[in-house]
Ligand binder design. Structure first.
Ligand SMILES: NC(=O)c1ccc[n+]([C@@H]2O[C@H](COP(=O)([O-])OP(=O)(O)OC[C@H]3O[C@@H](n4cnc5c(N)ncnc54)[C@H](O)[C@@H]3O)[C@@H](O)[C@H]2O)c1
Length: 252
């Protein structure tokens, strides 16, 4: 097992990619703290983990709230006295597909808060625990659109920001035995998309997208979870400040 006895915090753990990552880490021996705003979803994932013989706990909070994030980490410090792994997955796009001149600033700022601010807050609080223990693995969720997108402006800005922020903390925290890397998936099949688009539109989008990717399919949440596992494990102990595109070769 690659994460035996590690304490791992996974945000967005009720969602498609977050739940796959939390389950994967638990299978690899970690105690997983599942953090999400979705209480029911979080508990559902924890139940699955426990049924499969894994260990974890749920923290239900809004990760854009500084106060709530500070409280989350003080709970981890109190309960465990350490944190080995932080995976920031919570996020999404609430401002898609508008022309640039129609950008809604309220939704754009929400995207920055949901994706970038939540990640920065969690990294800040994690650094306070990881620096004194001289060990830590931070994995942040970017997206392939960090390279730019013709219709996702604030979302791509937030994901590009996450990459720049990840490189910066990699520089600052490397001397303390902490690595920080980012994941950049292309399209991943998650229930949230199917719910939002309906099955017919989702199937058409997934098929058309898969045809454009050299590997001929879109990603599964497990594809992303496996990449998160690599960065979170000691297999990646000399890798920091990197972004890994999980894209089936979508943009080469
Ligand atoms: N699905 C894709 O195609 C894809 C591609 C690239 C990147 N990503 C990124 O992967 C991450 C996970 O996305 P997903 O596809 O699993 O979507 P998802 O909607 O299934 O999961 C997102 C999770 O984040 C949680 N969340 C959102 N805002 C929160 C907040 N303020 N506080 C606490 N929890 C909050 C949601 O409740 C949800 O459980 C996101 O950051 C997304 O931008 C997804």
């Amino acid at each position: 097992m690659k994460l035996q006895a590690k304490i791992a915090l996974v945000t967005g753990a009720a969602g498609g990619i977050g739940s796959a990552t939390a389950r994967c880490f638990a299978r690899e021996g970690a105690f997983v703290v599942l953090a999400d705003i979705d209480r029911e979803g979080c508990h559902r994932v924890l139940d699955q983990i426990v049924r499969d013989g894994g260990k974890g706990s749920c923290s239900v909070l809004d990760l854009t709230s500084e106060e709530a994030v500070v409280e989350l980490f003080s709970g981890i410090r109190r309960d465990w006295g350490r944190l080995d792994i932080l995976v920031n997955i919570a996020g999404g796009d609430c401002d898609p597909a508008a022309p640039v001149e129609g950008m809604d600033m309220e939704r754009a700022m929400k995207n920055l808060d949901m994706n970038l601010k939540s990640c920065m807050l969690c990294c800040r609080e994690a650094a306070k625990i990881m620096k004194p223990q001289a060990y830590g693995k931070i994995v942040n969720m970017s997206s392939l659109v960090y390279r730019g997108s013709p219709n996702q402006f604030s979302y791509s800005a937030s994901k590009g920001g996450i990459y720049a922020f990840t490189r910066s903390i990699a520089l600052a925290l490397g001397p303390f035995g902490i690595t920080a890397n980012a994941l950049a998936p292309a399209l991943v099949e998650v229930d949230a998309f199917i719910r939002a688009l309906g099955e017919g539109r989702w199937n058409a989008l997934a098929k058309a997208t898969a045809e454009r990717y050299p590997l001929g399919r879109i990603a599964t949440p497990d594809d992303v979870a496996n990449a998160a596992l690599f960065f979170a494990s000691d297999d990646a102990s000399f890798i920091t400040g990197q972004i890994l595109e999980i894209s089936g070769g979508a943009r080469l």
